[in-house]
Design a protein around this ligand. Structure first.
Ligand code: GLA
Length: 352
């Protein structure tokens, strides 16, 4: 038990970054950094009790600055893509930064994955709390946004990520964590043999620039269907337009109605080591990204070279580009309302 703080290098602008190592009573460990409120490592036992780090990442802060894959990043105020980088709030358009062609991805270069957060370790709760006050106009969005992200490691081998925020003007709040998981260990290569169950009967197809078309499509009879668990690699190369557009799975899945409560929406299993990961959330959607464009530039932690599909993401979220699609639930946070959302990654092993 306990929380250790260590140095994590200096950013290119000279700010010192720190690493918080949190350990639970069962020996599981999680590391988070105040640089980007980033999840840096997750060390968990396999079915034989062997420990391994199951999260892709880098060895120091400068590598995180150089990386383009958003390894373990905290994304905000708005996750995913926005067409023409134009956020729509109450009928008004707010211009965000075009950092992916004509569109915005993960809130542009002022996104929360690249700032130093105020950090507070709470050894009693086995938590690290990160706080940021986003100025009115930050990322092109209105309102002073007061935001806290808390990472807790429980004795049930869960990582709980709790996002809380409040703004003095209507704004967008749609945060996520961009962790890449490889349950056989971050250095073990391709995840196509991981088995995924996903509780989603529909997804939001994309068109040019990976922007949603606005449709909500049934997964029935398509390679997108994970309601019966299957290997990620089974259908990933299928002759199916959506898989071709995205180079594999990289889609927002529509989750069952949550009514504000946290429900279990996914399970990932890696049969050779026996590790499992369940995902629980109150969010309306999840981006299942099979790591189709992962690359090691720079080289990963412990000198590991990551390649295509070395990790998979289950980014819980509001629907992408929600402001442009009437049928999508809103991601607008009203002035004075509380933004409050939780996602849990729960680790276990297959029983014999
Ligand atoms: C971002 C998104 C992922 C995926 C990649 C593609 O990281 O969050 O879902 O689209 O870009 O490189």
């Amino acid at each position: 038990m306990g929380i250790k703080v260590s140095e994590f290098g200096k950013t290119s602008k000279g700010s010192e970054a720190h690493l918080y190592t949190v350990v639970n009573s069962r020996g599981m460990a999680m590391e988070v950094s105040d640089y980007g409120a980033t999840l840096v490592s997750i060390i968990v036992p396999d079915a034989k009790g062997r420990m391994d780090d199951v999260l892709l990442g880098y060895g120091d802060v400068q590598d995180y600055e150089k990386g383009t894959c958003y390894f373990g990043a905290c994304i905000g105020r708005n996750g995913n893509r926005v067409k023409n980088a134009q956020a729509v709030i109450g009928g008004k358009v707010y211009q965000m930064e075009k950092n992916e062609g004509e569109n915005s991805l993960h809130s542009g270069s002022e996104g929360y994955s690249g700032i130093i957060w105020d950090a507070e370790a709470d050894p009693k709760e086995n938590s690290v709390r990160f706080h940021h006050t986003g100025a009115d106009g930050e990322q092109g969005l209105p309102g002073t946004f007061d935001v806290t992200v808390t990472y807790t490691l429980t004795d049930e081998n869960e990582i709980r990520i709790h996002y809380e925020g409040i703004s003095d003007k209507d704004t967008i709040a749609n945060m996520t964590n961009h962790g890449y998981y490889n349950l056989a260990g971050h250095a073990s290569g391709n995840v196509e043999n991981h088995v995924l169950w996903l509780d989603a009967s529909a997804f939001t197809p994309v068109g040019e620039g990976m922007i949603p078309t606005g449709e909500i499509l049934d997964v029935e009879g398509t390679p997108m269907d994970f309601r019966v668990a299957k290997k990620i690699g089974r259908d990933i190369g299928a002759d199916y337009e959506q898989l071709k557009i995205a180079g594999g799975y990289d889609h927002n899945y529509v989750l069952p109605e949550s009514n504000g409560s946290i429900r279990r929406i996914a399970q990932v299993t890696e049969e050779t080591c026996g590790r499992t990961m369940e995902v629980l959330t109150d969010a309306p959607g999840v981006q299942f990204y099979a790591g189709n464009f992962v690359e090691s530039r720079p080289i990963g932690k412990e000198g590991v070279v990551y390649g295509k599909r070395s990790g998979l993401c289950l980014e819980t979220q509001g629907f992408p580009d929600a402001g442009h699609h009437e049928a999508f639930p809103t991601t607008v946070l009203k002035a004075g309302d509380k933004y409050d959302t939780t996602t849990i990654y729960r680790f276990g092993v297959l029983s014999e």
